[in-house]
Design a protein around this ligand. Structure first.
Ligand SMILES: [Fe+2]
Length: 251
C-alpha cells in the first residue's frame, strides 16, 4: 500500500462507514474494518511534520504558543478528519461529541484518555454530599450531569480508541511522557454554524461517594458544564500529506 493509498482508503472507508448508520450490525462491521486500516496509519503516511512535536518541555499556560495545534485534513457533511497535536502535559479538556462517533489513532507519543458515559439525570438523585461541596453552587444544578467512568487508559500508536455517540462520549486527552499527536475522525462533524452539534466543556466534580447509603451512587461521577477553559486554545498548522479526494458517485 503506498503513501497516498492508506490515507485515501481511510477517507473512503470512513465515509462508507458513516454515510448510512441505520443498521447497527453493518455499522459495527464497518467501524471494525475502518479501525483495522487506521491501526496501520503512521505519521509518515500523513507527511506529519516532526517540528510540531520537537518541543518536549512541559507546557505551562504562561508559555508562548498554543497548548494544542490542529491540522485540518478533510471535512464534508458526513465526517471530519484532522490531527491534534498536544504539548507535553497539556490536554484537550473534558468535552463531548454530541450524537457523534469518534475514532482516535495516536501517531506520535502517548496520551491518557479518560472517558465517561452519561446517565439519564432522572434516574439518579442528587447526592446529599453535593449540597456540602463548596464548589457546587445552587445555580449550577441545571448544568450538572451524572456519568459513569467508561475508560481511563494510556494509549499509544498500537491501538485505535473508539468513542461512541453514547458510550465514552465525554472525554479528556492529556499528552504524557512528551508531546503527542493523534488523528481524530468525527462523524458527523461538529456544527457550530447551525448549532446542531456544539462542543460542550465540563469539569469533574470531586464529590464524596455515598459509602454508607444504598450504594447506588458508588459508580456515578458528576460533571459540571463550564465555558471553554481559558487556558485551552488551538493554533493551526497546514496539512502536508496526501489529499483525501472522495468520489461521491461511488456510494
Ligand atoms: Fe474529542
Amino acid at each position: 500500500m503506498n503513501m497516498a493509498n492508506v490515507v485515501q482508503r481511510i477517507g473512503h472507508l470512513a465515509r462508507k462507514t458513516f454515510l448510512d448508520i441505520s443498521s447497527k450490525v453493518a455499522l459495527k462491521e464497518n467501524i471494525a474494518d475502518l479501525k483495522g486500516v487506521l491501526q496501520t496509519l503512521n505519521a509518515s503516511d500523513l507527511n506529519f511534520e516532526e517540528r510540531l512535536v520537537e518541543n518536549r518541555d512541559v507546557y505551562r499556560p504562561e508559555t508562548r504558543g498554543a497548548p494544542v495545534t490542529y491540522v485540518h485534513i478533510y471535512e464534508d457533511r458526513i465526517l471530519s478528519i484532522g490531527i491534534f497535536v498536544i504539548r507535553h502535559g497539556a490536554s484537550l479538556p473534558l468535552h463531548d461529541h454530541p450524537d457523534m462517533h469518534g475514532l482516535i489513532k495516536v501517531i506520535h507519543g502517548q496520551g491518557k484518555i479518560k472517558s465517561f458515559t452519561s446517565v439519564p439525570k432522572e434516574d439518579i438523585p442528587f447526592p446529599k454530599e453535593m449540597e456540602l461541596n463548596s464548589s457546587v453552587k445552587p445555580w449550577h444544578r441545571d448544568r450538572i450531569i451524572p456519568v459513569k467512568l467508561h475508560s481511563d487508559t494510556v494509549v499509544d500508536s498500537d491501538s485505535v480508541c473508539e468513542l461512541g455517540p453514547e458510550e465514552g462520549n465525554l472525554h479528556y486527552i492529556e499528552a504524557v511522557n512528551g508531546p503527542m499527536a493523534f488523528v481524530d475522525i468525527l462523524s458527523p462533524p461538529y456544527d457550530h454554524d447551525t448549532g446542531a452539534r456544539v462542543c460542550h466543556y465540563y469539569k469533574e466534580l470531586n464529590i464524596e461517594k455515598d459509602v454508607t447509603g444504598s450504594g447506588i451512587q458508588n459508580d456515578i461521577c458528576w460533571l459540571l458544564e463550564i465555558p471553554q477553559p481559558s487556558d485551552y486554545w488551538t493554533a493551526s498548522a497546514k496539512y502536508k500529506g496526501p489529499r483525501i479526494a472522495i468520489d461521491m458517485d461511488s456510494f
